[in-house]
Ligand binder design. Structure first.
Ligand SMILES: Nc1ncnc2c1ncn2[C@@H]1O[C@H](COP(=O)(O)OP(=O)(O)OP(=O)(O)O)[C@@H](O)[C@H]1O
Ligand SMILES: [Mg+2]
Length: 276
């Protein structure tokens, strides 16, 4: 299935293939993410979703294909360079410093953009101080308020409930001031209320901050509610894409889930939503 992208592409993946030994995790995957939209990547367990994220953010080097960001080929850039250009992400398993406070974890995100190096700090300590101050203000006023985590800013991350930890991870990614935010299963393991909160924050990040979102997620209800464009991976290949309503009706998508063993919840939800 093909369908028009809802805007101009800010990210392009062109014919990317990736293998681990004998396992072909990605086979000639091509896709585009339109600026200022939410693109969801769905597919059964092991379909290659996280591998695709790792290829885009530079943790894995594809055997073939290219990644273009704002028209520029970034395939050879290392992960920190891609982050600096504006590609930020969260991980499928929370990757925060559990012993550090919420605030300190968020500050780490901003490091990708601090201009000041050691020499600068020696000669222009004034600027360094101003940057530190500006950094703190920006973090406190915008991100923390925005994500409604004022009350836990001094709390060690490890002591927080899971849903809040995921929100702190989002905060840290936002502190990098990304153009593209990549979220790997942002609501996995969350209860309904936490899921709804996170979905609202993701929508707000798109609408209020104009950030392009690329999201891997198994929660079909959430995907169908907030995505502009849905791309379906199965066995490392794109098998369908389009608007949420189109993808839900696609027989290839339904059978990919039915055949995956991961069925129950997912297919029931797919069908329930079609019936609704
Ligand atoms: N570092 C790795 N080493 C070896 N094989 C890997 C590695 N990472 C992924 N794979 C394999 O590549 C395939 C795709 O895995 P991937 O983690 O990308 O799937 P996924 O779609 O994210 O699945 P899930 O929904 O379970 O998170 C799987 O067969 C997996 O076992
Ligand atoms: Mg994964």
């Amino acid at each position: 299935m093909t369908s028009e992208l809802p805007g101009s592409p800010v990210l392009k993946v062109e014919g990317v293939s990736l293998a681990f030994g004998g396992v072909r995790a990605l086979s000639k995957v091509s896709l585009e993410a339109a600026e200022g939209t939410i693109t969801a990547i769905i597919g059964p367990n092991g379909a290659g979703k996280t591998s695709l994220f790792n290829a885009i953010s530079g943790f894995y080097r594809p055997a073939e294909g290219r990644i273009l960001f704002e028209g520029r080929d970034i395939s050879r850039l290392r992960p920190p360079a891609r982050a600096k250009l504006g590609l930020a992400r969260t991980f499928q398993n929370i990757a925060l410093f559990r012993g550090m406070t919420v605030l300190d974890n968020i500050k780490l995100g901003r490091h990708a953009h601090l201009r000041t190096n050691v020499l600068d700090a020696l000669f222009y300590w004034g600027r360094a101080q101003r940057e530190e101050l500006a950094l703190r203000q920006e973090i406190e006023e915008r991100i923390i308020d925005f994500l409604e985590i004022q009350h836990i800013r001094r709390a060690p991350v490890g002591a927080l409930p899971y849903g809040l930890q995921k929100r702190v991870e989002l905060a840290r990614a936002l502190a990098m001031r990304p153009k593209i935010l990549m979220l790997d299963e942002p609501v996995a393991g969350m209860n309904r209320e936490e899921t709804e909160d996170m979905a609202r924050f993701i929508l707000d990040v798109k609408e209020e901050w104009g950030v392009t979102i690329l999201m891997v997620e198994h929660d079909m209800g959430m995907v169908m509610d907030i995505s502009d464009h849905v791309i379906v991976l199965n066995f490392g290949q794109v098998i369908a894409q389009g608007r949420p309503a189109e993808v839900q009706r696609d027989p290839a998508v339904v059978s990919a889930y039915l055949g995956s063993g991961d069925v129950g919840e997912l297919s029931r939800r797919l069908h329930a939503r079609q019936a609704a």
